[in-house]
Design a protein around this ligand. Structure first.
Ligand code: GDP
Ligand code: ZN
Length: 353
């Protein structure tokens, strides 16, 4: 009985919310935009679409950035989110009223198991590595996993290709990922910010897409971003500044557009959030999603509860390694991530005891 009543209430609430949203959509004064920075509940929105009706005295232009806060009933939002906002002319602030459906979402759970969005509508996760610092292949694999889990297309970028002549082992890693990518649908591009080799190829790949760069510190992400966005260092003009909300000190995340007047041409989301993506909430099966060649062999081990250790009897993964079909280090990478997830999960549990 109580269950039914509760469901009815939920339906009514849903309808009410829908009605409210429809009302907001219909009045013709909402401004369309994309979130380009977020600082908790404060968000900067870059205008992509002007409203039908603009109040007298309000100056609005496509490409302008408005500081906004959000309606309380909206979920947490992040850079890349498409929104519609209303304008409070007295405070010179926007209020986000509508959140558009997301094509993709990179999100991580926080300590309280609440989903924290890192970036929305990202097309490409560019995973950068280099000869120096030495590639950490398990970190590359971890980012491949995040891409697969978020529905984002991975792209591997081997930067500092000008140094490759001295690093045959890195050339080998390049070839291994190239083979993996050709089987499972991702590309790998060699670049150099010094010789500028590969940059036009990278640039062509990224046009029309929203991209996040990930990778070890020192591999040259900032150098690549500066090459791709020569104007990124010019401070963008923030039209609306809410004095009551105070000034932002640190920017946690920024969307840098290739063309400020046309965000559909894509851009780069520069965010440290991707580094904070913990994996303690992931099951073994979730983690396998990031390993295409292992996922393909799921359920083929002799024992259902196979732990895929090198000495595990009848393990399909290790049989494939022996047959030269897959790489030993990828199975090891998988096992390490599974172990890490279990350890983090138990330490998270202990923390709340
Ligand atoms: P980030 O930490 O990934 O953002 O890396 P940075 O862009 O700050 O670059 C780290 C260092 O590598 C800097 O000293 C850059 O000058 C250097 N670097 C960046 N790209 C290249 C490259 O293609 N070739 C070489 N040889 N050095 C590079
Ligand atoms: Zn196994």
């Amino acid at each position: 009985m109580s269950l039914i009543r509760r469901r009815k209430l939920t339906k009514n609430q849903t309808r009410q919310i829908q009605k409210n949203q429809d009302k907001i959509i219909d009045d013709g004064t909402l401004v369309g935009g994309v979130i380009v920075s977020h600082f908790g509940r404060q968000l900067d929105v870059q205008i992509t679409e002007l409203p039908q009706i603009i109040e007298e005295g309000v100056s609005l232009a496509v490409g302008d950035i408005w500081r906004c806060h959000a309606r309380t009933n909206l979920p947490m939002m992040a850079s890349g989110d498409g929104v519609k906002f209303s304008i409070d002319t007295t405070a010179n602030l926007g209020r986000i009223e509508v959140l558009s459906n997301r094509r993709t979402l990179i999100a991580r759970p926080d300590r309280y198991n609440k989903v924290k969005p890192i970036a929305a509508n990202v097309d490409t996760l560019a995973i950068v590595f280099s000869p120096l610092p030495k590639p950490a292949t398990n970190l590359i694999d971890r980012y491949l996993l995040i891409a697969r889990l978020s529905g984002v297309q991975p792209l591997l970028v081997l930067n500092k290709a000008d140094l490759l002549a001295d690093f045959a082992d890195v050339e080998k890693i390049y070839e291994e990922y190239q083979l993996l990518g050709s089987k499972y649908g991702f590309e790998i591009i060699k670049t150099s910010s010094v010789t500028l080799g590969g940059l036009s190829e990278l640039n062509a790949y990224l046009q029309g897409k929203l991209t996040i760069f990930a990778g070890q510190s020192g591999v040259g992400k900032s150098s690549l971003i500066n090459q791709l966005l020569p104007n990124a260092n010019q401070s963008t003009n923030i039209i609306s500044v809410g004095s009551r909300l105070g000034q932002h000190t640190t920017t946690t995340s920024r969307l840098l557009a290739f063309d400020d007047s046309e965000l559909s041409k894509g851009g780069i989301i520069d965010t440290p959030g991707i580094r904070e993506y913990g994996i303690w909430h992931l099951s073994d099966n979730d983690i396998m999603v990031g390993f295409d060649e292992l996922y393909e062999r799921r359920g083929q081990c002799q024992f259902r509860d196979c732990n895929h250790a090198q000495n595990a009897k009848g393990c399909a993964f290790w049989q494939a390694v022996l047959a030269g079909e897959i790489l030993e280090r990828r199975v090891e990478s998988f096992n390490e991530l599974v172990k890490e997830a279990k350890m983090n999960a138990s330490s998270a549990r202990n923390q709340f005891k």
